[in-house]
Write a protein that binds this ligand. Sequence first.
Ligand code: NAD
Ligand code: MN
Length: 480
Amino acid sequence: MTVFEYAPAPESRSIVDIAPSYGLFVDGEFVDGTGEPFKSVNPATEEVLTEVSAASEADVDRAVAAARRAFTRVWGPMRPADRGKYLFRIARLLQERAREFAVLESLDNGKPIRESRDVDVPLAAAHFFYHAGWADKLDHAGLGPNPRPLGVAGQVIPWNFPLLMLAWKVAPALATGNTVVLKPAETTPLTALLFAEICQQADLPPGVVNIVPGAGDTGRSVVEHGDVDKVAFTGSTEVGKSIARAVAGTRKKLTLELGGKAANIVFDDAPIDQAVEGIVQGIFFNQGHVCCAGSRLLVQENVHDEVIASLQRRIGTLRVGDPLDKNTDIGAINSAEQLARIRELSDHGEAEGARRWQPACELPQRGYWFPPTVFTDVSPAHRIAREEVFGPVLSVLTFRTPDEAVAKANNSTYGLSAGIWTEKGSRILKIADQLRAGVVWANTFNKFDPTSPFGGYKQSGYGREGGRHGLAAYLKGAEK
Ligand code: NAD
Ligand code: MN
């Protein structure tokens, strides 16, 4: 096979201006937090990018008070059409400063610039545009005669799509007339703080959006705060369960977007080359740090060898390395902790008897890296078939009949997403109907759109984000 070499094509980082330290964004201003400061690193180099002060319980209390005041005095009473104008303004500012956001996201998170530039940032802007349009049309959203905002939303997000998850949380909350206290993840706070600048630039009234960086303790202060009306969480199933316990018995509304272990099902009549692209996109997009990643490949037995050979050939062409290089397909693992988890589960897979395959690939010396990995001979009982790896690791299982494919796909405690590859439309409809997964993609994978509700079954959580269903999660008197 011909190997094409590329000259490095790094995106310049000069467009971003990272301050030596950051505070919180409360009541329209940047203020120092009183919690223990923490560092955010570039996972591709281990370079410390900046220090961020964490929000203590008292800081969170101030943020919630600011959000309450803003809700009662300004944002709640505002004409919905005017709220919409602010959202349109934020969306346009995100587009204007898109390159800055993309570079900063890749620096802080480790994801390839190709993805932050072409996926994360445009989708974040699209979320604000979409919800801006709803702001003055909620009466016509089919959600009941008189939908009203809940009040203050406390929101906690993970590190895999820092800006995009912020957009998924903030845009629907604001469009429905709520105010927000949001806690970004501790390894990726920087684009949320840049978003705070956008809020200032958009003249958003103080207190409508508050950003409180910090780790799990700060998150707990947000979700357990007595004056929060709505909790929205995206993250691990373990933390999600503890939040569900903490919120149980209160008047708070709760939505949980948790883990996943999606089946990507390839039938023998599927166009194999296209399916291989979908498998690659399904598991290696964003280093596999994707809750809906197609991490369990279910391939029909009679095409197994052909699919795996073709898949390995394709994986051999993926470029792993500098996230800022425009040719990079797979960037850095987000943190040393996540890398340790991926290594532990992969080593365990081998110990359990699965066969590990990795392409020859040179990894950078510094930083956190893991090569694209395929496990064959995986049995449904293996931990790599059951647990979420949240990394570039694919487990391959086989099936003989459509019924067996469905049974194996549903044999999971999770139910976030699934993929089906076949030429037959009737089969797509029949199988999709039987899959216990919130999103089912057919002959494609990892496609996102703000109009389309996203969310899970079983231990993948409850509630939906996006579309009309997503609006309902932020409204009183809303019927789905
Ligand atoms: P995590 O649950 O450890 O952390 C997520 C967020 O919760 C972080 O901001 C963290 O600081 C905060 N947190 C931690 N403990 C908390 C507590 N007790 N109370 C309140 N907040 C707390 O998850 P992670 O490892 O950072 O993220 C990866 C997980 O997120 C994966 O399991 C993945 O599937 C899931 N995820 C789900 C979706 C979805 O839409 N379903 C999207 C992205 C990620
Ligand atoms: Mn970081």
